[in-house]
Write a new protein. Structure first.
Lengths: 124, 271
């Protein structure tokens, strides 16, 4: 019985059919479309692309602003260094001028130390 | 050299001299002395508002607003494409008024406004030029066509690119600034042509907002669109504000460098 059941289900496979059509029957003609070509694109992909482009452009601009800001900071640092150098030079000059200033101050008659008495004074 | 760029807004030399003349206070750091101003507070308020508005818009566009019947999900590009175009107009208007103002009375602030406006137009215009073709690929079947609105929009964008290239490579003298101002005015003159090109010359670009028979059918679509417009307006003003302040800082620094060289404080050569 089992054998019969299987024998009913299993049919001998048909031999592969060979293509009977000739080369002329398979002749295909390529035609140009009328008007503009219309292709179908995935709307979801296009939308994701659009939003990715928006954020990419914004990030690019922020990066550009950051670069400009960094350039400004570099210039500001340079200016501060130049001011520091100028300040240091001015301080050096002031220090070098200080001893001369003391000499001038000592020439003041009020603060001049008592001088040794002159010869006529000694005689008097 | 000094006085070559027009009238200064504030005296950067004042800050320098307070640092240099009394040598005792040379070590005082400007950043430490600077306190938060009303301009800073205004910027933070603008930034917070635009962030909140943009997030709300994104939520409304992607979660609340329904999908359009004919075009499908790609129609959602519209909610950012049109506000970006509107923001491009804001940048162009800033460039126009800054340029006109600079030609009438040259100041650093007016020049900064013109330059910042041109840059904003480039960024927003680039968004329009990228998102538009992506929408068109689905709606029309191709990315680009020489439609009047598309062509005039690209022309305007190229004018602002030319403006920015000129400012970057042609120096920062008063002559260059005036020439750039003329270009900024020319760029703005193209804006009405972009706007009315659809009505006058036809083409394929749709008129959804102002056209007869168009419009957004669903109330959530309308809310998404108007939210986008408000968010992009505030965002554009925030970006414009930040860029103007950066440009003003650059001008002040350039003047301070010139002054330092003139006073013999800076032994570097002028650039």
């Amino acid at each position: 019985m089992i054998y019969v059941a299987f024998s009913r289900d299993i049919q001998p496979s048909a031999p592969p059919t060979r293509p009977t059509s000739s080369a002329d029957d398979r002749a295909t003609e390529f035609k140009a479309i009328e008007g503009s070509p219309t292709e179908s694109y995935s709307g979801a992909k296009l939308m994701v692309g659009a939003y990715a482009a928006i954020w990419a452009l914004l990030m690019l601009w922020i990066l550009l602003l950051w670069t400009k800001q960094s350039h400004l900071t570099e210039r500001l640092d340079g200016l501060e260094r130049a001011i520091d150098r100028a300040a240091a030079n001015a301080a050096k000059k002031a220090k070098a001028a200080k001893p001369a200033g003391r000499l001038v101050e000592s020439a003041d008659p009020k603060e001049r130390p008592a001088a040794a008495p002159s010869e006529p004074e000694k005689a008097g | 050299m000094r006085g070559d760029r027009g009238v200064r807004e504030q005296s950067p030399l004042g800050d320098c001299l307070t640092l240099v003349v009394p040598f005792v206070s040379v070590t005082t750091e400007p950043s430490a002395r600077r306190k938060r101003t009303g301009a800073d507070t205004a910027f933070y308020v603008l930034l917070a508002t635009s962030t909140a508005l943009l997030l709300t818009t994104i939520y409304w566009v992607f979660v609340v607003a329904p999908i359009e019947a004919r075009m499908g999900i790609v129609q959602k590009i519209f909610y950012f494409h049109v506000p970006a175009a509107y923001s491009m107009y804001i940048g162009a208007a800033a460039c126009f008024f800054g340029s006109i103002g600079y030609l009438l009375k040259p100041t650093d602030g007016r020049d900064a406004l013109a330059r910042a406006g041109a840059e904003l137009s480039i960024v927003m215009g680039a968004m329009v030029m990228v998102t538009g073709p992506l929408w068109a690929a689905k709606a029309w079947g191709y990315f680009w066509t020489w439609d009047p609105r598309l062509t005039t929009a690209m022309l305007s964008w190229l004018i602002y690119v030319a403006y920015s290239v000129l400012r970057s490579f042609a120096g920062d003298g008063q002559g260059e600034r005036k020439f750039a101002a003329a270009l900024g005015i020319l760029g703005a003159a193209n804006l009405p042509i972009i706007h009315y090109s659809v009505q006058k010359w036809g083409g394929q670009h749709p008129t959804v907002v102002t056209g007869k028979g168009g419009g957004l059918a669903h109330v959530d679509m309308k809310i998404a669109f108007y939210l986008g417009m408000i968010a992009f307006t505030v965002f554009a003003i925030t970006l414009l504000y930040a860029r103007v302040r950066l440009e003003l800082a650059r001008s002040r620094l350039a003047r301070a460098e010139d002054d330092a060289i003139d006073l013999g404080l800076d032994d570097r050569t002028e650039t």
